[in-house]
Design a protein around this ligand. Sequence first.
Ligand code: ZN
Length: 304
Amino acid sequence: MSGWRLARIAGADIIVRPSLVLIGIVLVIVFAPQFESLGAGPNPYFTSVVFVLALFLSVFLHELAHLAAARWFGMTVPSVELHLLGGETRIEGDSRDAWQELVTSIVGPLCSLVLGLAALWGTRATDGATHSVLWSLGFINVLIAIFNMLPGLPLDGGRVLRAIVWAVTGSEAKGVRIAGWIGRLAALGLAALAVSMLFDEDRFALGRALLVLAVAFFLWQGASYALRHGVAIARIGALEARQLMQHESPPPESVPISVNLTGRALLVAMAENPANSYALVDDDGRVVGTLFAATVDRAYREAG
Ligand SMILES: [Zn+2]
């Protein structure tokens, strides 16, 4: 997928997908007649453009909240993408646990909720076009907060559910499967909603239905991606050299690696030094036990 790199914040590339421009144009066209009917300003299209830009800014702030929380926990965030559904903050890191996952996921919708309520509060002191834009912004941000808290991947609520299942069962992969399938169900529900909207008796019915259908399609793709890749990533993330260690002295041909290696870093270290067994050494260089490649292989296949 192509995209434009806008900036780099806290080590993360801020990327805009072409689909964001497309959805921006659609939103301007859909909202302009509604602003016109509210009698907002001399040019409803200008009002609509201001509204859509402010909406994108609030989506960006939502993503920045994810970025800030992830960086707070010391996670690596390679990129923040703004696209059709709003945005997506890609997070990498071996130090993740269920609690960090929960906090990092929930701050986004909380940010949208606060922005939405602030905009609605702002409507009390304004009138005309400003009032209409603030009211729409407030309404949509509250809607974004609620929609994103649906408990299906790739939505934030899906990540919260994944974290809760992870904390309760100890298996991140199980969390991915449950939240991924709920994400697919939510996508089917939205598609059904889109079809029912076609029967609305006004001239914007088709536009609104197509918009909801596009979101449903995007949600299905995201949930399917999470199911395909999330389980494998979760299984890799669950690997810990110390936990898989055997308390016996390593065979003579063992390759020394750190006992503190976990997740992807452990697999990388093993791939760089292929061997049947590894001598696990602590920070002082002392050998503390043995890690057999076969044990890691079995742990990966049995995880989740
Ligand atoms: Zn989010």
